[in-house]
Write a protein that binds this ligand. Sequence first.
Ligand code: URA
Length: 210
Amino acid sequence: MQFGLFEERPQGFASLDELVAVMMKLEDDPLFPAGTNMVIYRGNPRAKLMIIGEAPGTEEDRQGKPFVGRSGQLLDQILQSVKIDPEQDVFITNAVFRLPPGDDGKPLRKPTTDEIIYYKPYLLEIIRLVDPLVMLLTGNVATESLLEKTGITKLRGQWFPWQGRWAMPIFHPAYLLRNPSREPGSPKALMWQDIREARRKYDELLGRAQ
Ligand code: URA
């Protein structure tokens, strides 16, 4: 580990376990004072497909794992619809690792840009250690963190080369829960298109072109 008094960012961890151990003890991060839990990942650290979400919600905060609430159940169904096993084939994490508390007692306000910037080096270190080929960025926060772009409606479904890997912004499952229509051109219909394209790219990169 090369992270200490003279290093500004976490880097050079030998393993994901080592990084996770350090993150679990973080106390100087902007959401530490909120008193919410560190939520880092679920799924397979050897997976070649990574899903990056926004930040934990209340259920994730409670269980200590990302995407285990309603959005997570929908995410699992979306993955399973193209025969991607959410435990074996994917590594699931977030751009921000603690639940941002709501201003007036409501949970899950959107993370601020400062919070996204603070946690980004940890996300980068997770990506380096897990070494995925394909990354799906669910919603604007993950897209802002990794690609420094916003505008999910325009960006979704496009591939962006990113440090020798491929990243695609997709809608956030919570957005699909709020927009349940399946009409052509609806967010759900576009998600179906995007997940099939993600599956195609994943197969291609793994040399499993069909
Ligand atoms: N939404 C996210 O973006 N991440 C989670 O872990 C849960 C809900």
